[in-house]
Design a binder for this molecule. Structure first.
Ligand code: NOJ
Length: 530
């Protein structure tokens, strides 16, 4: 078992940057890598230890970078390799590591591999993708559905076969039964490791390998989560094949050889299955996103059950990852909290004090909500393709409001941002930085507390008895966290000590003599008396 107990990604806080929306350094309305460099001081001040950059590679942007046309370069709109090198160096000077987004499930249809693959059945890269004959009536080879709507197969008229695309037709799936594909990704990872990249977030981590016989997917059962019911089939053959674990055992050796970290986008709802992606000997992914947690409501019982089930299912030493927001599922200040500042503060306290590695999404630190946008204008292809307005991901990808000025400190005042900025005057970094009581300062203080207290980083998690609507847990020997996720007053019994940080900041430092009283939507981290 690798010894990574002291690894930075266990102790640290990670921060996801959607580069196009973080900061625009050249006034074209789109964020870029220089913009990230320009705001590293904000992230250092906040206390983050690592940044995950959403895809930065050349791409036709049909799926905004998740359709990669060249894995070894930087999209010219975002910068170039030299800018990325500078970002790695400047971040490193502030003890911040840079992770890239690796997209191994599919390429863009403009990637040279696919351009070659579709040129003839004998092409050098033909077997790098998944091809099958249509049925005699011209229908797709099997019943597999795309995550983004419609059949997962597209007929290629030149060669008369269909290729698989679990996402858009412009995102052909790679064939992970082909050793050459494995070798190509070994090389890609090596290329970036040599440039000082600290690791990867792996897109569609559970999806790479497909059933070798291309068997039909079965229909859902009544017990399946809403996501599966909505799709109308269980994705057991077009993804989620057990052979994917061989890929991660191999990658883990590559990553551990140079101290890098692998984070899986593991879109899975059974904690036992999620646990398998860590490897029974902790020899697969270092961290796996927990989508059950993201999709739960902000309810004490629901969240506690997920955290306890995660704890019980994970192999000894596996580190959970906790996330409220990302560029697909939306922002927690809207999804969990309906914009209520008190709930937002409770959510941040939860994310930053559970046992595990927190991932913040840019803007979480100020409680940034989704920006309401007309789905008719969506740049995200998914609402158009599925006909479902609620699947528009643009509202959680809008520019970071750095200030209340025109352009929001994101872009030049006269420039048109690539997505609307929203109400920057209502909430922005500059205003919150000037206010000690702000959400931004709460986030920063919670991160600092975590850094300062070993219990909050590595201490065990144990649920504590609570009245209805509350959730409380012990961390290690010397800390307890209690949250009132309800609209009524509660008292959490059996807590004695001193409040280190309360969501209601006036209570910081208050003594607790055996029962912690919490008003509606309040929480506190307590340093407990021995
Ligand atoms: C997951 C990514 O997070 C999402 O944005 C993308 O559309 C799909 N994978 C396909 O790559």
């Amino acid at each position: 078992m690798p010894n990574d107990d002291a690894a930075w990604w266990r102790d640290g806080v990670l921060y996801q940057i959607y580069v196009r929306s973080f900061a625009d350094s050249d006034g074209d309305g789109s964020g870029d890598l220089q913009g990230v460099i320009d705001h590293l001081d904000h992230l250092a001040w906040l206390g983050v230890d690592g940044i995950w950059l959403s895809p930065i590679h050349p791409s036709p942007n049909t799926d905004w970078g998740y359709d990669v046309a060249d894995y070894l370069d930087v999209h010219p709109e975002l910068g170039d390799l030299q800018t990325l090198d500078r970002l790695v160096a400047e971040a490193g000077a502030r003890d911040i590591r840079i992770l890239l987004d690796l997209v191994p499930n599919h390429t863009s249809d403009r990637h040279a591999w696919f351009v070659d693959a579709r040129s003839s059945r004998e092409a050098e890269h033909r077997e790098w993708y998944v091809w099958a004959d249509p049925r005699p009536d011209g229908s797709p080879p099997n019943n597999w559905l795309s995550v983004f709507g419609g059949p997962a197969w597209e007929l290629d008229p030149t060669t008369g076969q269909c290729y698989l695309h679990n996402f858009l037709p412009e995102q052909p799936d790679l064939n992970w039964w082909n050793r050459e594909v494995h070798d190509a990704f070994d090389d890609i990872m090596g290329f970036w490791f040599e440039r000082g990249i600290a690791g990867f977030r792996i897109d569609v981590a559970n999806g790479l390998v497909k059933d070798a016989e291309l068997r039909d997917n079965p229909p859902p059962t009544g017990e399946d989560p809403p996501e599966v019911l909505r799709r109308g089939q269980r994705f057991v053959h077009n993804m989620n094949r057990p052979e994917v674990h061989d890929v991660y055992r191999r990658w883990r050796t590559l990553a551990d050889a140079s101290g890098r970290v692998l984070v899986g986008e593991t879109w899975l709802f059974d904690p036992e299955v999620l646990a398998t992606f860590y490897g029974s000997d902790l020899d697969e992914l270092h961290l796996c996103f927990n989508f059950s947690f993201m999709f739960a409501n902000l309810e004490a019982n629901a969240l506690r059950a997920i955290v306890e089930a995660t704890d019980a299912a994970f192999p000894e030493g596996a580190q959970p990852a906790w996330t409220g927001s990302n560029h697909d599922v939306g922002r927690f200040p809207s999804r969990w909290c309906a914009g209520d500042p008190a709930r937002i503060r409770c959510s941040l306290m939860t994310l930053l004090t559970l046992r595990g590695t927190p991932f913040l999404y840019y803007g979480d630190e100020i409680g940034l909500p989704d920006v309401p946008l007309d789905p008719a204008d969506a740049l995200d292809p998914v609402p158009r393709r599925t006909g479902k307005a609620e699947r528009n991901r643009d509202p959680c990808r809008t520019p970071m409001p750095w200030s209340g000025e025109p352009g929001a400190g994101f872009t030049d005042p006269g420039a048109t941002p690539w997505l609307p900025i929203g109400d920057a005057a209502a909430s922005n970094v500059a205003d919150q930085r000037g206010d000690r009581g702000s959400t931004l300062h709460l986030t920063r203080d919670l991160i600092a507390l975590r850094r300062e207290r070993p219990d909050l980083r590595g201490g065990s998690y144990e649920s504590l008895p609570v009245p209805a609507g509350a959730w409380a847990w012990r961390r290690g020997d010397g800390h307890a966290v209690a949250l009132n996720l309800s609209g009524s007053e509660v008292a959490v019994e059996g807590v004695r000590g001193r409040i280190a940080i309360a969501t209601e900041r006036a209570r910081d430092g208050e003594g607790v003599g055996g029962a912690l009283a919490l008003g509606p939507w309040q929480g506190a981290v307590v340093e407990t008396a021995p």
